[in-house]
Structure formats: structure tokens, C-alpha cells
Design a protein around this ligand. Structure first.
Ligand code: AMP
Ligand code: MN
Ligand code: MN
Ligand code: MN
Length: 278
């Protein structure tokens, strides 16, 4: 079966994206995307007000990208198609929001030990009431001339292993998967090749994900090689995981990606859209 044009991973101003949800939906319309999941980090607030509304040809799916840990590694799990009225899910997201604010304070403190000014409030303002994350710090640093690009902010201060990469007690992989399923959603391991690990390690992660009931993996997203794509398709098949794909779009300022843009899938067998559009 031919699938409609879709994008199952993107961000709005409710987390670290730069378009508000309405503009994202409009962009999807322009790009002839028929099925769109807005998957903000640890929140449903962006997508929630538009669910069930007539969006003139765009079918909107409730999504979120949950931050969690497995064996001390931070992972991102996409949840698709949840019931947003689930009290358990909403409570879970509320505590994540508190955790993120506490983390933001710690990030600012860490940056101050490196000689930077206190940019906590500026970062909070940048998040604009949405879920706060490291990209908001990167944007403030750029604005204040503390770095020459957001990329540099990650390289020097915020990226893996840097001082601003503050470790928190994120929920476990099992908790993330279980809260998604509890709300009737499908759990998807996001961008498997972006965790800076070997395929041997990645296979262990995927085994861990399957062991806690994980349902699918992203097999296409920007920046992946054709070889990665084939390896992920094989891993999906071996583990009976559904396929998903998306652009991870954050901002029109990024030239290397756009909404709806990711390498075409070489197979649509066991695609998550078949489950979501039933
Ligand atoms: P956080 O949610 O605070 O852990 O921040 C993670 C987000 O930061 C990711 O979703 C990306 O949007 C962004 N990010 C992570 N690494 C980089 C990087 N090296 N350069 C630019 N943005 C990044
Ligand atoms: Mn992000
Ligand atoms: Mn991610
Ligand atoms: Mn993302």
C-alpha cells in the first residue's frame, strides 16, 4: 500500500522548535504533508489544542519525544497517538517539566563556573513558557556574543560530556515506554544512529527497548547514510519492530533539513502509519 506523505517527528515552540504549532501545520499544508505528528520534547502542549480540529487536509497525530535513560545513556523515545487526557501521562509530563527547570538552573550554574554570566533567566525567557532545554541556552549564548554559533555552544559548553550537559534523574526507558503505552500510544526509538554508539552497542539498546515492550524504531531521518538505513531496516525486521520516519525539524534556519524531508524508505513493511491510521 502506498503511504500518504507524512512526517512523524518535528518540534514547535512548545519545546525547542522555532515555529509555533499553527505555523508548523501551515508549513505541512504547503509541503503537501498529509499526516503530521508534532513531537515536542517532554510535552503535548503544542499539539494538544489542535487535535480533532479540521486542519484542511492535514491529519494531526498527538506526539511527544520523551527523554529517558537506559544504562546511563540518554535516549529519546517518540510516543505517537496517545490519548492526551490520560492523567498518568499528563502527571508524568508535569514532573518532567519541573525536572527540566531544575536542570536549567544547574546548567546556568555550570556555565558560570566556566566564566559565563548567569543566563538562566534569559534562557527561560527564550523558552517562552515552553519546555526548556539546552538549545535555549545555545540561542542566548549566540545572542549575547558568547559563541559564534549554536553549534559552537554545543561543542564548547552543552554537548555530550561538556559542563552544561548536566546529568539528571531522567525517567527510565521502561517508564517512558510504559507511560506511552498506558495512554494508548505507540513507542518509537528516535534517531537510533545519533547516540554516538557503535552498532554493537546500539543492538544492545534495541534489545533493551524490545525487552520493555518498545514497538518501533525510526529508520529514516536527515543526516543518515544509506548503509545506516539498510542496517536499521534489518534490525527492525529481526526484532519485529514497526518502522517510523521523520525530519526532526526544528527551525527554518537549518538549511540541511526541512519539514517532511528525510531519505525515502526502501521498505514500508510493518510501517507505524498502518497502525496509526487504522
Ligand atoms: P535537551 O532536550 O535539553 O537535552 O537538548 C537536546 C536538544 O538539543 C536536541 O533535541 C537537539 O534539538 C539539540 N542538540 C543536541 N545536540 C546538538 C548539537 N550538537 N548541536 C545543535 N543542537 C543540538
Ligand atoms: Mn530538539
Ligand atoms: Mn531527539
Ligand atoms: Mn527531535
Amino acid at each position: 500500500m502506498d503511504l500518504p506523505k507524512y512526517d512523524l517527528h518535528c518540534h514547535s515552540t512548545a519545546s525547542d522548535g522555532s515555529l509555533d504549532p499553527m505555523d508548523l501545520i501551515e508549513k505541512a499544508r504547503q509541503k503537501k504533508i498529509k499526516v503530521l505528528a508534532i513531537t515536542d520534547h517532554d510535552t503535548l502542549k503544542g499539539v494538544e489544542p489542535f487535535l480533532g480540529k479540521d486542519l484542511d487536509g492535514v491529519q494531526l497525530i498527538a506526539g511527544t519525544e520523551l527523554t529517558c535513560v537506559w544504562n546511563k545513556r540518554m535516549l529519546h523515545i517518540i510516543g505517537l497517538g496517545m490519548d492526551v487526557n490520560s492523567q498518568k501521562l499528563q502527571g508524568y509530563l508535569d514532573s518532567l517539566s519541573e525536572l527540566r527547570t531544575a536542570r536549567a538552573r544547574k546548567i546556568a550554574d555550570q556555565l558560570m563556573t566556566m566564566g559565563l554570566p548567569d543566563i538562566f533567566l534569559a534562557a527561560k525567557e527564550k523558552a517562552g513558557g515552553g519546555v526548556i532545554g539546552r538549545p535555549h541556552f545555545a540561542k542566548v549564548m549566540l545572542e549575547q556574543g558568547l559563541v559564534t554559533s549554536e553549534q559552537q555552544a554545543f561543542k564548547k559548553y552543552l554537548g555530550i560530556g561538556k559542563k552544561g550537559d548536566v546529568k539528571m534523574e531522567w525517567p527510565s526507558l521502561e517508564e517512558a515506554v510504559s507511560v506511552i503505552h498506558g495512554a494508548g500510544g505507540v513507542s518509537i526509538l528516535a534517531h537510533p544512529t545519533k547516540y554516538k554508539m557503535t552498532f554493537t552497542k546500539l543492538r544492545l539498546v534495541i534489545r533493551g527497548f524490545v525487552d520493555v515492550g518498545g514497538k518501533g524504531i525510526e529508520v529514516s531521518y536527515p543526516g543518515m547514510t544509506p548503509d545506516h538505513h539498510f542496517q536499521l531496516l534489518r534490525i527492525a525486521k529481526e526484532n519485529d519492530l514497526m518502522l517510523s520516519a521523520g525530519s526532526d525539524f526544528h527551525t527554518p534556519g537549518n538549511t540541511w533539513t526541512d519539514l517532511g524531508k528525510y531519505p525515502p524508505l526502501k521498505s514500508n513493511e510493518n510501517h507505524v502509519l498502518n497502525a496509526l491510521l487504522q
